[in-house]
Design a protein around this ligand. Structure first.
Ligand code: NIG
Ligand code: FE
Length: 429
């Protein structure tokens, strides 16, 4: 719901700009003490020093909220998730704890294929309720925009079902998270096409891409470009067709094997290349040159016990790095923003400032939305996060614990999070 809101007495910290921040720009946050942020009908209309007459309560058509010196950031953008799916894979997780690899489980019919079977059994309502549960948790952690992928149907109807669930959640009047949908039909080879992966790519190009475009069900097209899944050549063929049909491009690239996914992302002008645990030096260089956002997913590396992506090398090479959770039922059953901050700063050596840029403006850029979200600037959406502290340094310090007090979506305070400090209490109600 688009609201009128004035937050005063806040410590604003935000990257600035209407495009991704690259290389050393990522560390530059604009900080304003005792700041006022005005949101009119959901859009930011003022950011700056205090103005006269600011006190809590309703005045002049705005609700005035006293931030009491706490830190105010742009809403977090989780630009890579798979939050619509059926079932779960905890048993498989235990196999991995005993030493089996993610790929070997996939090769013997588990992994993505197991979630595909479960998802095909779910109704629209069942999928929607489950996905909505994740959105609620995201809001509590400060996420105001999330990307969600299909890819657990791997047939016409179930792929459409996943995308329709996302559209329905995004059209909800009372939503607290905006959803950007991505078509990931090329997530795995479905059993119906066993041994015929080129035919499956043809099916996606000829039938699925035009259908999804016609129904306006996804903005982006993604592919799991990986040894034993879809080759660089197949990925190129699919994404080239997707681009011609008006999709923006994303890739699951160089996650397990260094295959050249980063290079392909640059060649095709993709919005982002994601994972990149095994990205080559040349791939990193060429992504920086092409302005492809390098979306890193530390929770997945952690859960798979793989080495983290080379974030420092990427930033030093001039890349725009984004961070996202990769929430999914297999490789990473976590949408934890707090743990993402902690891992990025502790193990990937991002500064807190860089991590904030990676989870706000650069996440927005990875979704082609840097012109409308990702920073606290006049003209952008009033999507904000109020921490429980005057300093943003709590973000990685709270290892896996939430330090978000209030999430603000287009000027609307999330009610469940305003308890204690809430709007009504400030009004004396
Ligand atoms: O981003 N790598 C491929 N896709 C997902 C995992 C999907 C799954 O295991 O269900 C990922 O990690
Ligand atoms: Fe993923």
């Amino acid at each position: 719901m688009k609201e009128n809101l004035v937050i005063f007495n806040a410590k604003v910290a935000t990257p600035l700009g209407f495009s991704s921040r690259r290389g050393e720009e990522m560390a530059a946050l604009h900080v304003i003490d005792h700041a006022t942020v005005e949101i009119t009908e959901g859009m930011i209309t003022y950011v700056g020093p205090p103005r006269r007459g600011e006190r809590p309560g309703f005045h002049w058509g705005y609700y005035f909220y006293d931030a009491q010196g706490r830190c105010l950031l742009p809403g977090f953008v989780d630009s890579h998730t798979h939050f619509v799916f059926g079932g779960e894979r905890s048993e498989e997780f235990s196999w991995r704890l005993k030493g089996e690899s993610y790929m070997s489980i996939m090769e013997r019919g588990g992994g993505i294929a197991s979630t595909m079977r479960a998802t095909r059994e779910y109704s629209f309502d069942q999928l929607r309720v489950k996905a909505q549960g994740f959105l609620k948790k995201m809001t509590e952690m400060g996420v105001t925009t999330v990307e969600g992928k299909s890819g657990y149907g791997l047939d016409r109807d179930t792929e459409l079902l996943q995308l329709k669930v996302m559209r329905s959640l995004n059209n909800d009047e009372r939503k607290t998270v905006d959803i950007v949908s991505t078509f990931l039909g090329a997530h795995a080879l479905p059993p119906e096409f066993a041994g015929r992966s080129d035919d499956y790519i043809d099916f996606l190009i000829r039938e699925m891409l035009p259908l999804i475009r016609r129904e306006d069900l996804a903005e982006c097209c993604d592919v799991f470009c990986e040894k034993g899944v879809f080759s660089v050549e197949q990925s190129r063929r699919l994404l080239t067709a997707a681009k011609e049909q008006g999709y923006l491009l994303k890739l699951h690239a160089d996650e397990i094997v260094s295959l050249g996914g980063a290079e392909l992302a640059a060649e095709l002008g993709a919005l982002s290349a994601d994972h990149l645990l095994q990205a080559s030096d040349a791939g990193i260089r060429i992504m920086a040159e092409a302005g492809v956002v390098a979306t890193l997913l530390p929770l997945t590396a952690f859960a798979l016990k793989e080495p983290y992506a080379r974030a420092r090398e990427m930033i030093n090479a001039g890349c725009a790095v984004a961070l996202a959770t990769d929430l999914n039922p297999g490789s990473c059953f976590s949408g934890s923003i707090p743990l993402t901050f902690a891992l990025a700063c502790i193990y990937m050596k991002l500064s807190v400032e860089e991590a904030i840029t990676a989870l706000t403006l650069n996440g927005a850029a990875a979704l082609n939305r840097a012109d409308s979200i990702g920073s606290i600037e006049v003209g952008k959406k009033g999507d904000l996060v109020l921490l429980n502290s005057p300093t943003y340094h709590v973000l990685p310090y709270y290892v896996g614990m939430n330090c978000v007090d209030v999430t603000i979506k287009e000027g609307s305070l999330t009610p469940a999070l305003s308890k204690g400090e809430g709007a009504r209490r400030q009004c004396g109600e």
